[in-house]
Design a protein around this ligand. Structure first.
Ligand code: NDP
Length: 487
């Protein structure tokens, strides 16, 4: 089962290699076998990528927005046409079940390219009437932008960053996570095939040092990172020290609140999606599930019943609902948190084991796990686990649950399940989170802004908000009469 690309990096419209780069093995998380061997970018590769982007960007920015958009929309069509192949690459790289990668990864990137490819032509500055003289504003490209990705949604993240950047006339150098380097290369090929001029979307592989090298590069005007809070802090301080624009999409420990009057099956469905999809490796997951005391026990019984039915196993089998975690390190981290949960006194209501699966003994699997009787101070209720581990917390009143839900350093997302819609809106308005759902969870259509409050990040992806953040505003005053000069 090989997934070896032509070479490690895609720079200036072609694959390049530098044998001096540190080896970067690509591991299939379901078996632990090495399926490709890439190399980390050397300073030489990094320089070539930044220079290619710098050289290509001005002519691209001078094109009519509708012409740039047309190329993005063509690339969206190719992504859709190749969805099955891309889903397979994504499953091999991440271990996520193919039934997910067929619907949630390349297709989300395609939606994004299509949206920004269309929206950019209508995204203009404004004219300001000054009673004779007037002014107008222009939304101008920033220049060379850097995108740095996490490993949970590799092609989606590459799409979410590159589409608004390119639409606005920027060039991008993208560094995928070292765990999942493959699909960004496929995206780069697709952009070229769609007619994107060479140098505008470059992919360089590497570990954190390559990311840091890009962030610190003097030519780079903006950096957008999807990753953990500690990485975000490092990147933001380096970017800030050089006055670069920055978007930070970071981690979370989001609350999902289920009131007594909620549709219980929908609420459980939302909680399961918000904890087990992508083997729990989603930044916006509602990992603190607050359930009101009146339905708590019924909710837990039915949740356990449904969780036990999740089919875990071969990610390439279309019937499989949950694959392994992305890496041995992440697996060990999640297993460690399950131990911590038990030691801290939470009740392990289901899961918690490492399953032994025929033919997949080397894989990084963990059973979907539910803890009940979780209290606010337990580590499993405070720290981001990034695995299929749900904490259920009981509550009585509305004010109480709002206080408890907000008692966290994070603020990425939140959800409320209730049939009482005035209450739903009232509670959501009080929750300190950037992306919220009422009677749903984890849906992130490109049309709505996505991002976090507090430590969960700065800036937004998707929607017109992203176009604003990949551009800078120029104001132009136009005199229509004489210059009123005292000299
Ligand atoms: P990391 O923070 O470990 O890494 C994110 C990216 O940053 C990787 O490409 C990494 O490279 C790179 N990196 C690491 N150190 C530096 C540095 N000093 N300078 C520049 N780049 C650096 O996150 P994970 O990949 O482990 O992803 C999981 C995290 O991402 C979770 O916290 C999750 O919540 C968050 N996330 C947030 C999302 C959001 O939109 N808010 C969405 C998805 C995930 P390398 O991998 O090679 O070390």
């Amino acid at each position: 089962m090989r997934a070896q690309p032509t070479a490690s990096h895609y720079v200036n419209g072609r694959y390049i290699e530098d044998e001096g780069g540190a080896p970067l093995p690509v591991i299939y998380p379901a078996t632990g076998e090495t399926i490709a061997m890439l190399r980390s970018a050397t300073p030489n590769v990094l320089e070539l990528a930044v220079e290619a982007a710098r050289a290509a960007q001005p002519a691209w920015a001078r094109l009519k927005p509708v012409e740039r958009g047309r190329i993005l929309r063509r690339a969206a069509d190719i992504l859709r046409a190749r969805n099955a192949d891309l889903a397979r690459i994504e499953t091999l790289d991440t271990g996520k079940a193919i039934q997910e990668t067929l619907v949630a990864d390349a297709l989300s990137a395609a939606d994004c390219l299509e949206y920004f490819g269309g929206a950019v032509a209508a995204y203009n500055g404004e004219a300001i009437d000054l009673g004779g003289p007037f002014a107008y504003t222009r939304r101008e490209a920033l220049g060379v932008c850097v995108g740095i990705g996490a490993w949970n949604y590799p092609i989606q993240i590459a799409g979410w960053k590159s589409a608004p950047a390119l639409a606005m006339g920027n060039a991008m150098v993208f560094k995928p996570s070292e765990n999942t380097p493959l699909s960004a290369l496929a995206l780069a090929e697709i952009y070229s095939e769609a007619g994107l001029p060479d140098g505008l979307f470059n992919v360089v592989q590497g570990y954190g040092d390559v990311g840091a090298g890009l962030v610190g590069h003097d030519v780079v005007a903006k950096v957008s990172v999807t990753g953990s809070v500690p990485t975000g802090r490092k990147v933001l301080s380096l970017a800030g020290s050089k006055m670069k624009h920055a978007t930070m999409e970071l981690g979370g420990k989001s609350p999902l609140i289920v009131f007594d009057d909620a549709d219980i099956e929908n609420a459980i469905g939302g909680a399961m999606l918000g904890n087990f999809y992508s083997t729990g490796q989603i930044c916006s997951n509602g990992t603190r599930v607050f359930v009101q005391s009146g339905i708590h026990d019924r909710f837990v019984d039915r949740l356990i019943e449904r969780t036990k039915k999740i089919r875990i196993g071969d990610p390439l089998d279309p019937e499989t609902q949950m694959g392994p975690l992305v890496s041995k390190a992440q697996h060990d981290k999640v297993v460690g948190y399950i131990e911590i949960g038990k030691q801290d006194g939470a009740t392990l209501a289901c899961g918690g084991n490492v399953p032994s699966l025929q033919g997949f003994q080397g894989g990084f699997f963990v059973e979907p796990t539910v803890f009940t009787g979780v209290t606010d101070t337990m580590r499993i209720a405070r720290e981001e686990i990034f695995g299929p581990v749900m904490s259920v917390l009981k509550f009585d009143g509305e004010d109480e649950v709002i206080d408890r839900a907000n008692d966290t350093e994070f603020g990425l997302a939140a959800g409320v399940f209730t049939r009482d819609l005035p209450r739903a809106h009232r509670v959501i308005a009080e929750l300190l989170a950037g992306t919220c759902w009422i009677n749903a969870y984890n849906l992130t259509p490109v049309e709505i802004p996505f991002g976090g409050f507090k430590q969960s990040g700065i800036g937004r992806e998707n929607s017109l908000a992203a176009l604003a953040l990949y551009s800078q505003l120029k104001s132009i005053y136009v005199e229509t009469g004489d210059v009123a000069s005292p000299y």
